[in-house]
Design a binder for this molecule. Structure first.
Ligand code: ARG
Length: 485
């Protein structure tokens, strides 16, 4: 019976693999004149990157137009040839955008596919486009152009997420919750401060991407295959036309540098890490044991078996997808580490990973923004359990410091007071003045103004503290900053 399902997958025979059966149709590829016979079908499938790099088509076309314009400025092609090339490329761009372009994997990659189509369209002039150029500098330029745009998209999505956090924070600028270290109750914090901690994280991600963009924004065009060209190419012209801030200054490095790809994926990996930590918090906070937040139904799923379940699957998937991005980072670094100097075909694999990292993080940023915009904090429930766990103990030690007790001494006194309270299941604020004085003579009646989670949060004075005063200032700061962006 199961054979019907399994088919013959376990029973493949040698004849199922047809070696040496590749049939190359026209157009003949000039760069294959050097090779005998036709490539194997298996080879064609294995070597092609068109299925992945077709995503670069726009960048390849603008890069080619800039290159052709430079060739005409340098009199390496005529003005009329440039006009034909430009118009042909624009038509191809429209055909691809409208889904009318026929991608043929025998063309190997997007660069060859577009060049072949151009030659088919305009003839002789098309054959001059690749003058003074190699796919090695071409692809290095295309990837940089793509990444500049992708960084802008990611930055826009980060900003939207930050705005969602600030909006959420402004609803909870007075509500106190436990702050945790080691997932144990530590000190009181205002809910807004907790939420704003993510705005800071994503701000660093934004800046990291900005730095990455700055470093990658140089033009490798004119570096050719590895050594540059004997033709009088004007590299600054193509760089300027394409909005690069400078040109690369070593042709060998220019065709082999993919540092920016590793850096871009690293930046994506840190974003994914931040999203994952938020997801982990809210998975915990939405459990019945905590019940601190309610994730909107739109972002939960139910169980196929247990009818009562409301599962935070979407957050779990955001947490899990981090693994893909880390995988891409390790893959990218591994692609680079063993290559001899200059271009090697290994480089072609870069695109799989930069595209995957960018797309995964884009989707996770969108999803997280939707969740953040619809999440509610159960402030009543948080308040009901707020005085558990001696959140005011540190502030009590600091109160004693104010009364002239050395901190290490005060730390010990409060430790004993906590142990004393725990025996009878009491809170520090429930002790009478005599009981305080038995532990430390410096305690006075004003101690009670320093106890209880809300009083403590109100008393924070240092810049960046997690109290309501500081949170309100931060909300104002971020609202203005993000508005200007
Ligand atoms: N598809 C190739 C890549 O992505 C383009 C460059 C090919 N260069 C070569 N010399 N075979 O890297």
């Amino acid at each position: 019976m199961l054979d019907i399902v399994y088919g013959r997958a376990y029973d493949l025979q040698e004849k199922d693999f047809i070696f040496g059966a590749g049939k190359m149709a026209e157009p003949e590829k000039s760069w294959e004149k050097r090779l005998a016979g036709e490539p194997d079908e298996l080879t064609i499938d294995f070597v092609e990157s068109l299925s992945v790099d077709r995503r670069l088509y726009k960048y390849d076309i603008v890069g080619s137009i800039a290159h052709a314009q430079m060739l005409s400025e340098q009199k390496l092609i005529t003005k009329d040839e440039f006009k034909q090339i430009k118009e042909g490329l624009i038509e191809i761009s429209e055909e691809i955008a409208e889904g009318r372009f026929k991608f043929e994997k025998k063309c190997e990659d997007i660069h060859m596919a577009i060049e072949a189509a151009l030659i088919a369209k305009i003839g002789e002039a098309g054959k001059k486009l690749h003058t003074g150029r190699s796919r090695n500098d071409q692809v290095a330029a295309d990837v940089r152009l793509w990444m500049r745009d992708e960084i802008e998209i990611l930055q826009a999505k980060i900003t939207l997420l930050q705005k969602a956090f600030v909006k959420l924070a402004s609803k909870y600028a007075e509500d106190i919750m436990p702050g945790y270290t080691h997932l144990q109750r530590a000190q009181p914090i205002v809910v807004a401060s907790y939420i704003l901690s993510f705005v800071e994280q994503f701000e660093r991600d934004f800046i990291r991407l900005k730095n990455c963009r700055e470093l990658l924004n140089i033009s490798p065009l004119g570096s050719g295959a590895v050594a540059g060209s004997t033709l009088p190419l004007d590299r600054k012209s193509t760089a300027k036309q394409l909005g690069f801030s400078d040109i690369s200054y070593n042709s060998i490095d220019a065709v082999s540098d993919r540092d920016f790809c590793a850096e871009f994926i690293f930046d994506c990996a840190v974003i994914a890490t931040h999203l994952s930590r938020l997801a982990e918090d809210w998975i915990i906070y939405s459990s019945s044991e905590f019940a601190f937040v309610r994730i909107d139904d739109a972002y939960c799923t139910s169980s196929s078996m247990m009818p009562q379940k409301r599962n935070p699957d979407i957050l779990e998937l955001i947490r899990a997808k981090t693994g893909r991005v880390y995988g891409s980072l390790v893959a990218m670094l591994t692609i680079l580490k063993g290559q001899p100097s200059s271009y090697n075909r290994d480089m072609q694999e870069d695109k799989v990973h930069i595209f995957a990292a960018g797309s995964t993080v884009e989707a996770c940023l969108d999803m997280t923004r939707a969740i953040v915009s619809h999440t509610k904090f159960n402030t009543k429930n948080i308040l009901a359990g707020l005085e558990e766990g001696f959140l005011d103990a540190t502030a009590l030690a600091e109160y004693l410091v104010g009364k002239g007790v050395a901190f290490r001494e005060a730390h010990g006194i409060v430790g004993s007071l906590v142990a004393y309270c725990e025996k009878d299941n009491r809170k520090l604020s429930e002790l009478c003045l005599d009981e305080f004085k038995q532990h430390c003579g410096a305690v006075e009646a004003d101690v009670y103004g320093n106890l209880g989670a809300a009083s403590v949060a109100d008393k924070y004075v240092t810049e960046g503290s997690a109290g309501p005063k500081q949170a309100k200032r931060q909300i104002a700061y971020w609202s203005e900053q993000l508005e200007q962006r």
